[in-house]
Design a protein around this ligand. Structure first.
Ligand code: ADP
Ligand code: MG
Length: 407
């Protein structure tokens, strides 16, 4: 109920109370009360007291109304719905956060989320004190390294899927990332011997996780983990929990468009519309492969267009096939996976699966997604400009580019 309406009702009731004090006989209920009321002087006393009380309350309510309308009472009486939007460069990407709700809550959700991203970046990034760097530094010396529960969780899920994909996804892919240097000034095609040496160090089975839930170790010297395929997805789940804690029902958590979580709906009251990049888009008109709606779901995309260099007509990108030690060359161009928010680790899974499916390749990758639960859907685009769809995501796209064929 609006504040003004509340005041209006209280005023009305006070005025009625005042009239009761006046002793006017205007109505059944009041008439009956009057018959019971004491007569003479006492009646006059109650009229004066009533009037005084009325004046006092009138003054208090007027003061409150002035304070409330000036905003001085903050969120106590008013709960103005606002949309807070903020962006920040963090976790190797541009995080754009949108939250709609009571002003203070929406702002708190966004502030806390940005702070959380900075924390996660410090843990899962490659800074000298990160869990990732400390694990690499201790690799092969036999000692357990204490790590944060956050990184432990990412490693546990990543290790499970490393196993389920037969090593196509491998969370210990660090040596290949370092060797190729894709996306850095040092990017190059490595010598065969270096490639072989790095490839031999990629093996998720040599990553051990402590039973305490906060330690891990890498069994061979030179090994390192790489959370590039899961950290942003994990962050989606964390931020979503922060939004929910602040009762934000509508919002968008967008981590550089490659990992997105949509809550509820947009300001127009409809599901969020999210564009999926055309991996070979060259201009504005062919930038998007298609558009999907998203609500209560996580969406991630991985593609060979994110970070790459070309040499002798070959595109060397940042998604490696640990079995060859080179960027996966199997026809995949991009993979998009949508996971319903009701699924545990929805964000993390969407992120992880895009990389895993990309490396598995169009056929195997599609079969892998097919075998997942009903909460998972996806598309795989290939160099032949085919779109393979799993559980209807391709069919649900609108504005699909006509240079692609949907299967
Ligand atoms: P982004 O969204 O940042 O482009 P992706 O989700 O597409 O990242 O994952 C690519 C990243 O995953 C690479 O930069 C690398 O850090 C890591 N990676 C590459 N190949 C593999 C692999 N086979 N298994 C696990 N992680 C990988
Ligand atoms: Mg990924």
């Amino acid at each position: 109920m609006k504040l003004e309406t509340v005041f209006a009702r209280i005023y009305r009731e006070l005025i009625e109370m005042g009239c009761l004090g006046c002793g006017r006989q205007n109505g059944g209920r009041m008439g009956q009360e009057k018959q019971k009321a004491p007569a003479g002087g006492e009646k006059r006393m109650s009229r004066r007291t009533g009037m005084l009380l009325l004046l006092l309350l009138f003054a208090v309510l007027t003061a409150l109304a002035v304070l409330a309308s000036s905003g001085a009472l903050g969120g106590l009486f008013t709960s103005r719905t606002t949309t807070v939007e903020q962006s920040e460069v963090t976790m190797d990407t541009v995080a754009s956060l949108t939250a709609t709700g009571p002003e203070a809550e929406a702002q708190a959700a966004v502030d806390e989320s940005l702070e959380r991203l900075r924390e996660l970046d410090a843990l899962a990034g490659t800074g000298p004190d990160s869990d990732v760097s400390r694990l690499a530094a201790a690799a092969g010396n036999g000692e357990w390294v204490s790590i944060s529960p956050e990184v432990y969780h990412m490693l546990a899920v990543a290790r499970e899927y490393s196993e389920r994909t037969g090593g196509a996804f491998d969370v210990t892919t660090g040596p290949l990332v370092a060797l190729w240097g894709i996306g850095t000034d040092a990017a190059h095609v490595p010598a065969e011997a270096d490639l072989e040496a790095a490839r031999a160090l990629v093996d998720y089975r040599a990553l051990e996780l402590g039973e305490d839930g906060q330690s891990a170790r890498l069994l061979r010297s030179g090994m390192s983990i790489d959370l590039g395929a899961v950290a942003k997805g994990y962050a989606l789940d964390e931020l979503r929990r922060i939004y929910e804690k602040h009762h934000i029902e509508n919002g968008l958590i967008n981590l550089g468009a490659s990992s997105i979580y949509a809550l509820g709906h947009n300001d127009k009251g409809t599901a969020w519309r999210v564009g999926i990049r055309n991996p070979r888009g060259t201009g504005e008109e062919d930038k998007l492969l298609g558009v999907t709606t998203l609500s209560g779901q996580a969406l991630s995309t991985s593609g060979d267009y994110e970070r790459f260099f070309e040499q002798d007509g070959v595109r060397y990108h940042h998604i490696f096939d640990p079995r060859t030690g080179a960027p996966a060359q199997n026809g995949s161009m991009s993979v998009t996976v949508v996971v319903d928010g009701g699924t545990e680790d929805a964000g993390l899974l969407s992120d992880l699966l895009t990389t895993a499916v990309f490396v598995l390749g169009p056929q195997e990758g599609q079969a892998f997604l097919d075998d997942m639960s009903d909460e998972v859907s996806g598309i795989i685009t290939t160099q032949q400009r085919d779109i393979y769809s799993v559980r209807g995501l391709g069919e649900r796209l609108s504005n699909v580019l006509n240079t692609y064929t949907l299967h």
